[in-house]
Design a protein around this ligand. Structure first.
Ligand code: ZN
Length: 344
């Protein structure tokens, strides 16, 4: 089954991210009348905005000590990936991102890299293809700088010259000392990202990753199409019913004869290498993910782990607050070894 067209994003209802402070006062400084407020949705299901001032705190990175990694289950050879198209997406927060869409030789799904900033390039996208025109290159996103009406070449552009000027004024020096790229490996979660589910914190984690990468104007979210820890949406929904019957998230998967976690990260490793990333900082609480993304032959080095602490645990308001998400996080910590300390 091809999942690439299962959930076209245009079908998803749009909810503008809002905060209590935004609701309290609009840009005119006037308190809105109650009739201006859309109170039809409780705040808990409104996705947090990833604008930089939403959550002032910045997580403290933790150095990753190199230890022999368990390579059981990791593939000896990484899959082949190719970025087939890239496009600029202006976002609702004002940050521009570049969506990179990949094909691969493992499955028929459209995995993505969401790239922040304009310094990271895909080797497979930039490769010259036989017989292609300059227009072909621009249409598939293999251009430097920015597109504008009437642009004729993918290679030379005023924006490129601006980049050169920037280098002369110290950007090249800055790039030498810049930190390893901040990366999040994120698995698709239709329920948490689109259907406002408070059973998990996937939507919040995606927003938080985007917020931190917007702040640095640099970073990559590798977005893997492996719904429900790899078991697919229909099986995930059955697991939710089993959870309502009393099972936790791990037991529910096992009762359905699925592994507790069927995800694989070799595609993420291959995509990161295509984006020329060999040393990264990884946003995760999951130690297995660090070992998996580094690859069997340590093709990538995770320098630091940047923890993802739920907003509800570190802020007095906001974040996802439900008994379901508390149970989900408890199971992640107690049964899946996630490195997360719940504040008492
Ligand atoms: Zn989720």
């Amino acid at each position: 089954m091809s999942s690439s067209s299962e959930f076209p994003s245009f079908l998803s209802p749009r909810i503008s991210p809002q905060r209590d402070s935004e609701i309290a006062e609009d840009s005119t400084g006037l308190k809105p009348s109650p009739s201006n407020l859309d109170l039809s949705l409780p705040p808990t299901i409104i996705s947090p905005s990833f604008t930089p001032d939403t959550v002032p705190s910045t997580p403290v990175p933790i150095p990753v000590i190199s230890t022999p990694q368990p390579s059981d289950g990791l593939p000896d050879v990484l899959p082949e990936v190719e970025c087939i198209v890239r496009a600029r997406i202006p976002t609702t927060s004002g940050t521009e991102i570049f969506l990179h869409l990949y094909k691969n030789n493992l499955d028929n799904k459209e995995h993505l890299a969401i790239v922040f900033g304009n310094k990271i390039r895909s080797k497979s996208l930039d490769r010259v293809r036989e017989g292609e025109t300059e227009l072909d290159r621009m249409i598939r996103g293999a251009y430097v700088g920015r597109l504008y009406p009437g642009r004729k070449t993918s290679r030379e552009d005023e924006a490129l010259q601006e980049d050169d000027t920037a280098k002369d004024t110290g950007w090249s020096q800055w790039s030498l000392i810049r930190l390893a790229t901040l990366v999040r490996i994120h698995s698709e979660c239709y329920t948490g990202e689109t259907a406002w589910s408070a059973r998990c914190d996937c939507g919040e984690q995606l927003d938080e990753a985007a917020r931190l990468m917007s702040k640095e104007n640099d970073g990559i979210v590798v977005y893997l199409r492996q719904e429900g820890r790899g078991i697919g949406l229909s099986e995930k929904l059955k697991a939710y019913n089993l959870q309502d019957l009393g099972a936790d998230t791990v037991t529910a998967n096992l009762l359905l004869r699925h592994p507790a976690d069927a995800r694989s990260y070799s595609l993420a490793t291959a995509i990161l290498l295509d984006l020329d990333q060999t040393e990264i900082r990884l946003l995760t609480n999951n130690p297995d993910k660090i070992a998996a993304v580094e690859g069997k032959h340590r093709e990538i080095k995770v320098h630091e782990r940047v923890p993802m602490v739920p907003i509800a645990w570190r802020m007095n308001s906001g974040g996802i607050r439900s008994k379901e998400v508390e149970g989900y996080l408890k199971t992640k910590i107690e049964r899946m070894g996630h490195m997360l300390d719940k504040p008492l």
